[in-house]
Design a binder for this molecule. Structure first.
Ligand code: NDP
Length: 329
């Protein structure tokens, strides 16, 4: 069994030196426990925050101990709580080949319903984030203009497509490369731009000349400032993430136009997907239906091997992924 430990806390951008590959034995289950051979593990932007030793909504990762995070795999030993050897389960002990956990903290998933990797993305945490953030937090209504940043990523690509499926009038996305912009158009976005091409404010004004009603923020900083500038009266923003500043040593200067919130009566609402579990059933039913009918597409970027998990994580921060970044073991 091999696992990835946090060797040191990154200052600014993480590097390969912050991680260590460690060999241990395959664990043996105690009563009520299971051993899972992980097939896919998730790397996610929020993990960067957990590498800092600061108080947050999730505790920091410990040094010289395995990292953790979403994973799916097959139960190879033990059992309990209705989970048996041979079942495929979703659980929270990624970053390792074999996970030992209480059966009660794993959730069985159906490998015949969807490829198992989907339970970490489109039918899992990032999919629910998009669904809940757009429909619940921002309360998007048919006919509205929606702007989403990080639009070619796991969350963003779902936000744009769900907005279209739910009757948005116009959907605009921003992403970090020409290939990603092309992909957004293929996914049905009405307009898309590469934020490296010039000020986001100008690109957004050109893409949504009549302003935006909903902003789904994955990026923060300059994107949030531009969105505030473009928002129509009573506009709403779901503040999901601010990846532009996760590796910053200093807090960003933007948004400098926050006072516009007053006159435009804007709502900027932060949220955590963990608070929206009540929507899960509705979300899975609706999204699985769209997938079956071919109305929704999802991308995955897959890196092979536990030893390459740190590279996958670093690549995610650098934007090397289209859709959900996953490590296959
Ligand atoms: P993505 O699949 O979107 O991957 C991250 C992407 O961020 C990269 O592909 C890159 O794409 C983009 N990026 C990196 N640096 C910058 C930058 N400086 N400016 C603009 N874009 C940048 O990740 P997820 O879909 O998993 O997560 C998206 C966001 O949602 C993150 O901010 C994350 O923290 C947040 N999140 C929040 C949750 C919540 O409960 N609130 C739950 C899940 C995710 P590009 O090439 O376009 O730059």
């Amino acid at each position: 069994n091999r696992e990835i430990h946090l060797a040191s806390r990154p200052q600014g951008w993480p590097t390969a030196d912050n991680f260590r590959l460690v060999e241990t034995g395959v664990p043996t289950p105690g009563p009520g426990q299971i051993v899972v051979r992980n097939q896919y593990i998730s790397v996610d932007p929020y993990m960067r925050g957990r590498m800092n030793d600061v108080k947050s909504y999730v505790p920091p990762f410990a040094l010289d101990a395995p990292l953790d995070g979403g994973a799916v795999g097959e139960v190879v030993a033990g059992g309990g709580d209705g989970i048996n050897v041979g079942d495929t389960v979703l659980h929270g002990l990624g970053w390792r080949e074999y996970a030992l956990l209480d059966a009660g903290s794993a959730r069985r998933v159906d490998p015949d319903l969807a490829p198992v990797s989907a339970y970490l993305g489109v039918l899992g945490m990032t999919g629910l984030t998009a669904y809940a953030g757009l429909l619940d937090v921002a309360a998007m209504r048919p006919g509205e203009t929606v702007f989403v940043s990080g639009a070619a990523g796991a969350v963003g690509s779902m936000v744009g497509q769900i907005a279209k499926l739910k009757g948005a009038g116009r959907v605009v996305g921003s992403a970090g490369s020409p290939a990603k912009v092309e992909r957004l158009t293929a996914l049905g976005f009405d307009a898309a731009f590469d934020y490296h091409d010039g000020p986001v404010r100008d690109a957004l004004k050109a893409a949504a000349p009549d302003g935006i009603d909903v902003y789904f923020d994955n990026v923060g900083g300059e994107h949030l400032e531009a969105a505030i500038g473009s928002m129509n009266l009573h506009g709403r923003a779901a503040i999901c993430g601010m990846i532009a500043q996760y590796n910053a040593a200093e807090p960003p200067a933007a948004p400098r136009n926050l006072a516009l919130v007053i006159g435009k009566r804007l709502t900027l609402r932060g949220f955590l997907v963990g608070d929206h579990g009540g929507l899960r059933e509705q979300f899975v039913t609706e999204v699985a239906g769209w997938l079956r009918e071919g109305k929704l597409s999802y991308d995955e970027t897959i890196v092979d091997g536990i030893e390459n998990a740190p590279d996958a994580f670093l690549g995610l921060l650098r934007g090397e992924n289209l859709g959900k970044m996953l490590v296959r073991l």
